[in-house]
Design a protein around this ligand. Sequence first.
Ligand code: NCD
Length: 301
Amino acid sequence: MHFLTLDELSIDDIYEVLHQAEALKKHKPLPRPDLYAVNLFFENSTRTKCSFEMAQRKLGMNVLSFDAGTASISKGESLYDTVKTLEAIGVDVAVIRHSEERYFDALKDKVSTSLINGGDGMGHHPSQCMLDLLTIYQEFGGFKGLNVTIAGDIRHSRVARSNTYALKRLGANVSFSGPVAWRDPEMEEISFIEMDQAVQESDVVMLLRVQHERHAFGENFTKEAYHNQYGLTVEREKKMKKNSIIMHPAPVNRGVEIADVLVECDRSRIFKQMKNGVITRMAMLQYVLAKREETKHELIN
Ligand code: NCD
């Protein structure tokens, strides 16, 4: 049993994980020292990697250290052989972040280690999506009819893709905002609005980092020009709806997608999102481990 994209989860499964994350705020789970986890990050990460490790430790699991820079992948070993090695030595859960979209398709039916996708190139980012859903759920108590604008580098963002599909399934109205050059032809059906309109209509303004590593930003805009035309400026924030919130998966380019002073303003849920990242990932790990144990039980009987 793996956790690769949100498409594999039913709406009930999504709510189950959200409710479990909330429950973890009150009840400490029984430690699981019998379980072994490893985090394989082949793309940079601070939040996702550290909060998965925090989640694993809070669940009382053992966490193996793995450094992509010194692992045998840099001697030319494939991802498949790396994961098979970890399976052979007894790893129960591997969280993987890799630049190749859907890297997990080549692994998912061939390993008994449970895989959790920590981000696949421009593809999916299920744990960010789940923690974003939890943050919205805590704020508004549901998703139906909420206006969510996802703004910025849509085309190169796995966060945009995961959140758009999940929020739509849950009944939210999703719009995009940002430069025409970064629209995604695969998500043409989503309406595009200017940032000035987005701030007035949205319950959630979700900003995205400009994905410098996936394209050359400087060719299209200067940072100031981007901020003024597409960013959340101090003036625009003043026009936001009462009780509306600002989100951003981070890392933030302060002064580009969002004005520096707004990162920690009253409406901002940016650090709340990070905090929610730990309980969400604990709930995701528990969900995967429970399904894994169910499957083992079925095989025995
Ligand atoms: C996001 C990612 O890696 O896709 N960051 C994260 O996991 N918090 C967003 C980004 O890098 O812009």
